[in-house]
Design a protein around this ligand. Structure first.
Ligand code: ADP
Ligand code: MG
Length: 476
């Protein structure tokens, strides 16, 4: 049976509650038992101990007073005897009542029975013995003293046993409490691990899949373990991913076909315009030449855009059509910058190349590598203000397997919340959307190329003005 997250949570909570309340119940029962034992010791056994002391004194006093009465024949001993007798009898009565169901019960009853039997034949309850009246023999007194002593000893044993039992109960309670506590912690921990595995592992799979979608745009169905809820989530995700993938494929194919289809008639138009400008079909006037030049520039622009669009679809297919070659960093930076020399000159932008002393070489498809430099340097010049500086430098990565290039400008920079978006296809920052031309594909293409070589591309805003693009490309 497969349990959902809700059922799992309830099960763990129920187990935890069961163990916790069980521990508390056992502890309560033990505490109750301890209270009872303490009560018995305090109210019963200690009182019996006290009374047995009293009985011992009274019986010896009775014996002494009676003997003195017999020898000295003074009435006051008779009174003393009665006082001790009364104390003895009250104590005996109380002790017999108190000792019910205790170990010393039988002994106290025996003493009581023996005392009452002797008393019947000697003096009535409460009457003062007269001079010369008989008292029990010394053997009887010794018998009573022995019995009282024995009963006292038994009572003491009982106290000792009760204390032992109390000690044992508290020890067991402490142990049970500890076991219960440990078991609750273990169950809690297991529950936590179990739940976190049940929740976090599918969530991790999901977040990885989401990341894959946002970077590769590839459809890879996922399965999520961990109950009904996650199965539904996985299904929804797979449906969404498939739909995105299909839409993306259709869009790419459409763009590729369209660009291809437009390029052919565009070439004919360009050729025709060029032939007219070159006066192949007869002379043209200056005004005609001026407008034909404008047309030629615009045709070139459309051509560039179509190349960009086609480039994206080629890169998206992931197939590398040309073979890799070795090329020095110096050469690729210089040739790429030279492509922009007239544009830079127009804006009076200086391109400063800060070359490291050591010669370093890149390894890859020349056209692809160059495309990255053209896009990044082109942007730097395009977004630079008039009479400013674009600087280019590079250095080897710590493990020497990459060269890290840095291109900085003093343009408008990029707003913080747009930094992560500029590498997305067709994204152009709010600042430039309105006035500077472009389609927002250069950086997306550059990122595709750089990452396909295992490199990274990043951008940071400069402290004062503009921004710096850093990208790494592989060495030999
Ligand atoms: N050097 C730069 N300075 C400021 N913004 C830049 C720079 N480079 C790129 N960007 C921003 O990133 C966006 C995307 O760049 P890119 O993909 O080359 O497209 P495009 O150049 O066609 O606008 C640009 O529209 C611009 O908003
Ligand atoms: Mg660009």
């Amino acid at each position: 049976m497969k349990l959902g997250i809700k059922q799992k949570l309830s099960l763990i909570f129920f187990l935890f509650f069961l163990i916790f309340s069980g521990t508390v119940a056992i502890l309560l029962v033990n505490v109750q038992r301890m209270v009872e034992s303490t009560e018995a010791i305090v109210t019963k056994n200690n009182k019996i101990e006290e009374l047995s002391e009293n009985l011992m004194t009274s019986i010896l006093e009775m014996d002494t007073h009676h003997k003195k009465l017999k020898v000295l024949k003074k009435d006051r001993y008779s009174e003393y005897f009665v006082t001790s007798k009364l104390s003895f009898e009250t104590s005996l009565e109380t002790v017999v009542l108190l000792s019910v169901s205790s170990d010393s019960e039988a002994l106290w009853k025996e003493i009581d029975f023996s005392y009452k039997r002797h008393r019947e034949g000697l003096w009535d309850h409460g009457t003062i013995p007269e001079i010369g009246q008989e008292w029990v023999t010394d053997q009887v007194v010794t018998f009573w003293v022995d019995r009282i002593n024995l009963a006292k000893k038994i009572n003491k044993e009982e106290i000792k046993e009760a204390l032992w039992a109390l000690n044992e109960t508290s020890r067991v309670s402490a142990q049970n409490g500890l076991y219960g506590f440990c078991t609750s912690i273990v169950v809690g921990l297991f529950g936590l691990i179990f739940l976190s595995r049940a929740i976090f592992s599918p969530l991790k799979t999901l977040s990885r899949a989401l990341l894959r979608i946002s970077t590769d745009k590839k459809h890879q169905p996922i399965t999520l373990k961990g109950g009904e809820e996650f199965c539904e989530l996985a299904q929804a995700f797979n449906d969404m991913s498939l739909q995105l993938y299909e839409e993306e494929t259709i869009r790419n194919e459409f763009i590729a076909t369209l660009s291809h289809e437009i390029r052919t008639p565009l070439s004919s138009i360009r050729e025709s315009v060029n032939m007219i400008v070159e006066e192949v079909f007869g002379p043209i006037n200056d005004k005609q030449r001026k407008f034909l030049k404008i047309s030629s520039v615009e045709i070139q622009r459309i051509n560039k855009l179509l190349n960009h669009l086609l480039n994206v679809s080629v890169l998206e297919s992931g197939v590398r059509k040309k073979s890799s070659t070795k090329i020095t960093a110096r050469e690729i930076v210089r040739t790429s910058s030279e492509l922009f020399s007239s544009q830079a000159e127009k804006k009076k932008v200086t391109i400063k190349i800060k070359e490291p002393t050591k010669t370093m070489s890149l390894y890859g498809v020349r056209e692809e590598l160059q495309q990255v430099f053209v896009n990044i340097i082109g942007n730097a010049i395009k977004f630079s203000p008039e009479s400013s500086l674009v600087s280019i430098t590079w250095q080897a990565s710590p493990n020497n397997s990459f060269i890290i290039f840095a291109v900085s400008d003093t343009g408008p920079g990029i707003a913080k919340d747009e930094l992560s978006l500029i590498f997305t296809k067709y994204y152009r920052t709010k600042k430039v959307r309105g006035h500077l031309d472009g389609v927002g594909l250069g950086l997306a293409i550059s990122k595709k190329i750089v990452t396909s070589y295992g490199g990274k591309i990043t951008v940071v805003n400069n402290e004062t003005q503009g921004c710096t693009f850093c990208f790494s490309l592989p060495t030999m």
